[in-house]
Design a protein around this ligand. Structure first.
Ligand SMILES: *Cc1c(COP(=O)(O)O)cnc(C)c1O
Length: 390
């Protein structure tokens, strides 16, 4: 994923003197630790002193809190969300040759999970909100379709009524890629709770991020839950007997302890992210050259957590360079390439809306280190850029 720190440097004036405004990086990896350094060190010390490394109480307690938050029966920590998806598809019984419909505007991890289980990932177009378009899904269903994988992108949940209806009509499974959507809701229901299973990511730049890789699988299905819990640990049951081939994909106990500490004020985190999005919305909604994502209060069906703030912009590349020259870091998601454009993966399909979006999309900084004044500065620079082009 292109979440590498873009290492924005402070621009220099012609005189060589640093300009007054400090840089606004896209994401500040060091800041995520610095914000609560003493607390995190205390947690790490405690876990290490107990020698509690793998599948210990900290993991169990985090899993319980995670399941309770989402209102699901089971949550299992896994190595990362990609593994979580692989394990979910395996646990749900995806078989060789089964087709799974997914949106091309996603990380390659989503279809990779299907391919690793022997399935055939079928990319389709996104809609105006950049998420899986239900009409594109309906059009892609064949006799071999077994599942739909909605990707709850940018912290927004797909129209799960429409997708649920298609799934029901064709007797398809829903497995959600909720890597970006912890706490996001559609019609009051959390992302990750609509299908038979879902995967979440705790990659450091995700809203709930750990200090390394981490993920979770959630489900309400007893049988799938049992398979997930065994699949992540070599297929071993509680007596140490191996029931089937499994993986080693466990969430480290220390990471779970760190995650649990941050999860305790998750609702405050979400509310801060929504207030940053609201501010961008106020400051940029009248700029005709950009289209913004739906605002946090724009409709009653969606509760978005703004994992990303992905706009569309005229002169996207020029805007990006301009912002960079002013010390503002931005990212084009997935390095600018939707999955179906990776020809060597064997895709040969035209997805016009996704391709249009990828000529224009840009993610602005939105993170917990960002101050309101910095949001104002980013917005002012965007306005300045377009004024100069008029
Ligand atoms: C981050 C992400 C993943 C992969 O998560 P990992 O925990 O890094 O495996 C999958 N899908 C989407 C949409 C993501 O954003």
């Amino acid at each position: 994923m292109t979440l590498a720190d873009p290492s924005v440097t402070t621009p220099l004036e012609a005189s060589g003197r640093a300009v007054a405004a400090p840089a606004i990086p896209f994401f500040n990896y060091r800041g995520a630790f610095a914000a609560r350094e003493e607390e995190f060190i205390a947690i790490i010390r405690d876990v290490l002193r107990r020698g509690a490394f793998i599948q210990q109480s900290d993991l169990a307690e985090f899993e319980e809190a995670f399941a309770r938050f989402l209102g699901v029966k089971y949550a299992f920590g896994v190595g990362n969300a990609t593994d979580g998806l692989i394990i979910s598809f395996k646990a749900a019984g995806l078989a060789a040759g089964d087709e799974v419909i997914f949106p091309s505007h996603t990380m390659v991890a989503s279809p990779a999970a299907v391919a690793h289980v022997g399935g055939v990932p079928i990319p389709v177009d996104c809609g105006p909100d950049h998420l899986l378009d239900p009409s594109a899904v309906a059009a892609a269903v064949t006799e071999r379709t077994r599942a739909i994988m909605p990707v709850q992108l940018n912290g927004r949940t797909c129209d799960m009524d429409a997708l649920g209806e298609i799934a029901e009509r064709h007797n398809l499974l829903i497995i959600e890629d909720a890597a970006q959507a912890l706490g996001s809701k559609f019609r009051g229901r959390y992302a990750g709770t609509f299908g038979v299973a879902a995967a979440f990511s705790f990659y450091p730049a995700k809203i709930l991020g750990c200090f390394g890789d981490g993920g979770a699988v959630v489900t309400n299905d007893d049988e799938i839950a049992r398979r997930v819990s065994l699949l992540r640990d070599h297929g071993r049951n509680e007596h140490g007997e191996v029931e089937f081939w499994g993986f080693n994909s466990r969430l480290d106990n220390m990471q779970a302890a760190i995650l649990h500490a941050q999860f305790r004020n998750y609702e405050d985190i979400v509310s801060r992210r929504r207030s940053i999005a609201r501010l961008y919305d106020e400051l940029l909604s009248d700029v005709p050259q950009v289209s913004l994502p739906p605002g946090p209060d724009s409709d009653h069906d969606h509760f978005d957590v703004f994992q990303n703030y992905e706009i569309e912009a005229d002169w996207r590349e020029e805007l990006r360079s301009f912002l960079s020259s002013k010390g503002v870091g931005t990212i084009v998601q997935w390095g600018g390439t939707p999955v179906h454009k990776f020809k060597r993966l064997g895709f040969d399909v035209l997805l016009p809306e996704t391709e249009r979006v990828f000529e224009r999309c840009l993610m602005l900084p939105l993170n917990m280190m960002l101050k309101d004044d910095e949001v104002r500065r980013v917005a002012a620079l965007i306005r300045e850029f377009y004024r100069a082009r008029d």
